[in-house]
Design a protein around this ligand. Structure first.
Ligand SMILES: NC(=O)c1ccc[n+]([C@@H]2O[C@H](COP(=O)([O-])OP(=O)(O)OC[C@H]3O[C@@H](n4cnc5c(N)ncnc54)[C@H](OP(=O)(O)O)[C@@H]3O)[C@@H](O)[C@H]2O)c1
Length: 225
């Protein structure tokens, strides 16, 4: 399998590279030119394509011939970075390719998610301030996901809980709805978030799903095992 990882140099991206290599996949990684050095350990193991992830020409070249595309969807800046990235992937990925995108629990597919006061506070109060400061634009990530949900590609949007570093605990568990008791633990190891993204490439039951995930060793996950 040939897999393109878009946003390969970040923490999630590098874990995904390792999981893909462990499975024997061929990897193409897109990362910002200034971040190529962060992929030094993988220089001889993957193809690196420097470029902003919303650069349509870069994405068109990177996803050519790929069976799967793993996209780290981030809302940095106020120039539609998320929508530019998602739209390029939707437009240029091979027909039938598996497209897996990352985002947070704050993204809702059907409005049926039930959020804690903490998430509501972040979305309603903190994020507008972050946008005003021109650091990040969460609304753009929401719009990017709206376009993904509306597309007829073979997509999965993986909605991450709070994240922490540490050894792998295994494949996270998931639910369609934030607010489901199984997700109450609200913590996933970043390495396992990456594992879920990579496993989704070959899990057809996740096609056109937006799983909200949580670590499989959290008390809420164990209670529902
Ligand atoms: N952090 C959390 O608690 C959390 C919780 C739930 C879900 N998520 C989701 O998990 C995914 C990964 O996020 P992460 O927080 O764990 O960080 P991460 O894996 O380190 O990824 C951050 C990404 O953003 C890029 N980036 C950083 N600054 C940028 C800028 N100014 N302009 C453009 N790109 C920039 C990084 O590229 P460079 O390597 O080039 O800097 C990297 O690809 C995201 O989709 C996020 O929505 C995160």
């Amino acid at each position: 399998m040939k897999v393109c990882i878009i946003g390969a140099s970040g923490k999630l991206g590098r874990y995904m590279i390792q999981h893909c290599l462990d499975r024997g996949y061929e990897v193409v990684g897109v990362c910002r030119p200034e971040s190529v050095g962060k992929l030094a350990d993988y220089r001889n193991l993957i193809t690196i394509m420097p470029g902003r992830t919303d650069d349509r020409a870069v994405i068109e070249r990177a996803v050519a011939g790929c069976d799967g595309v793993l996209t780290v969807l981030v809302p940095w800046g106020v120039h539609h970075y998320s929508t530019g990235t998602a739209q390029a992937v939707l437009d240029f990925a091979e027909p039938g390719a598996r497209l897996v995108f990352s985002c947070g629990w704050h993204i809702t597919r059907d409005g049926q998610d039930v959020y804690s006061w903490k998430i509501r506070l972040i979305v309603k109060l903190l994020m507008p301030l972050v946008k005003l400061a021109r650091i990040a634009d969460l609304d753009d990530q929401v719009e990017a996901c709206r376009r993904i949900f509306a597309s007829d590609t073979r997509w999965t949007v993986v909605r991450g809980s709070d994240l922490e570093e540490g050894e792998s605990e295994g494949l996270p568990v998931w639910s369609r709805r934030v607010g489901d008791p199984i997700l109450a633990g609200n913590m996933t190891r970043r390495i396992d978030y990456a594992l879920f993204m990579v496993a989704a490439l070959t899990d057809d039951s996740l096609v056109r799903e937006a799983p909200a995930i949580v670590g499989c060793r959290t008390p809420s996950a164990l209670a529902h095992a």
